[in-house]
Design a protein around this ligand. Structure first.
Ligand code: SER
Length: 337
């Protein structure tokens, strides 16, 4: 039993978990994790306790609740967008029921130790649904409250869970009982993320990271979207920094529950050109997957992140050139050398 306030990460062995564990593990509070898969050994040694199991296992969640005083949650576990299209009912179970379980867990933790639980939820540009390419081009940088008609199960799940989080943040506060609001729900809609250390699986924005990781390993790559396909992207260290900034921002600075964040918004061809420049022997071709292309066409070409910049100082370190020049290319070269 831990008498100290602890931090819980779900989906901790995924892409974002890697970066977050590194940043959180050195702090004053112990980090505990919950994931279906065991953590990589170098991550496992940084955490106080690793639970291998599911967010759908409510008995396991009750056990964690009984053993740990959690007052910060990073709920990263999810099935990504392409994967979810193959198993929509399973996606709904993991992405929606799993999130509901974690919100209930947060409320109960808060009730038992008496302090609010800050809850981070990663939403996505998949929450948007632009009806066609003409509208997408004309829309430019999309604001948080526009075009919320997602076309995928994953996008629908993310959008609904944003609402669920807002509900948990307000509902108990409004009840005239002793169950004061215990969930301080904070959410970012991420663009596609590119990490030099891990490769995603099951996402639709995966073509950019896959292209660069394949080139670095000398493997040919067939990009599954057209060269002119455009969505916003961000380097993983900036995504991790944004999560921490939002989680540590004073509550009275926050004017929204859900924030867009952006950094750069290249076409697939612009990504190909910089990868090709760095790895001149790379063979990158195009083989369009109609379904995945349709998903990318429904996501915004870029996002308006002025609220995040104003409220909690979102300010990505890497633009398109420096993300590749200073972070992705050298770190990936190093990884595969
Ligand atoms: N990058 C994710 C995906 O492609 C979206 O959040 O599924």
């Amino acid at each position: 039993m831990s008498r100290f306030a602890s931090i819980l990460l779900t989906g901790a062995s995924g892409e974002m978990g890697h970066g977050l564990i590194d940043r959180l593990a050195g702090g004053s509070r112990p980090v505990i994790t919950l994931d279906l898969n065991p953590l990589a050994p170098e991550l496992a040694k940084k955490v106080r306790k690793e639970f291998v199991g599911s967010i759908l296992d409510t008995q396991l969640l009750e056990r964690i609740n009984a053993e740990y005083e959690v007052d910060e949650i990073y709920h990263l576990a999810a099935l990504l967008s392409t994967r979810s299209e193959f198993s929509p009912a399973l996606a709904h179970k993991v992405n929606v029921e799993g999130t509901l379980n974690m919100l209930e867990f947060a409320q109960k933790e808060g009730e038992s130790h008496g302090r609010p639980v800050t809850f981070f939820y990663p939403s996505s540009i998949a929450a948007y649904g632009l009806p066609d390419l003409g509208v997408k081009t004309a829309a430019g940088r999309v604001k948080e409250d526009d075009f919320l008609q997602p076309t995928t199960m994953y996008g629908a799940n993310k959008l609904y869970c944003e609402h669920l989080g807002r509900y948990y943040g307000r509902h108990y506060k409004q009840l005239a009982t002793d169950k004061l609001g215990k969930v301080d729900f904070r959410c970012i809609r991420f663009p596609g993320l590119i990490s030099a250390l891990t490769v995603p699986s099951g996402g639709t924005s995966d073509y950019a990271p896959e292209m660069i990781h394949a080139a670095a390993q000398g493997e040919a790559y067939a990009c599954f979207v057209r060269p002119d396909a455009r969505i916003p992207f961000m380097a993983m260290p900036d995504a991790v920094e944004a999560v921490l900034k939002l989680m540590h921002a004073p509550a009275d600075r926050l004017t929204r529950t859900v924030y867009n964040i952006g950094a750069f918004a290249p076409t697939a061809d612009e990504v190909r050109r910089v990868v090709q420049e760095a790895f001149p022997d790379a063979t990158i071709t195009t083989k369009v997957d109609v379904k995945r292309q349709g998903i990318i066409d429904s996501w915004p070409g870029d996002v308006d992140d002025s609220a995040a910049r104003r409220d909690w100082g979102h300010s990505p370190r890497y633009d398109f050139d420096s993300a590749f020049r200073d972070y992705l290319i050298p770190t990936i070269r190093n990884r595969y050398s």
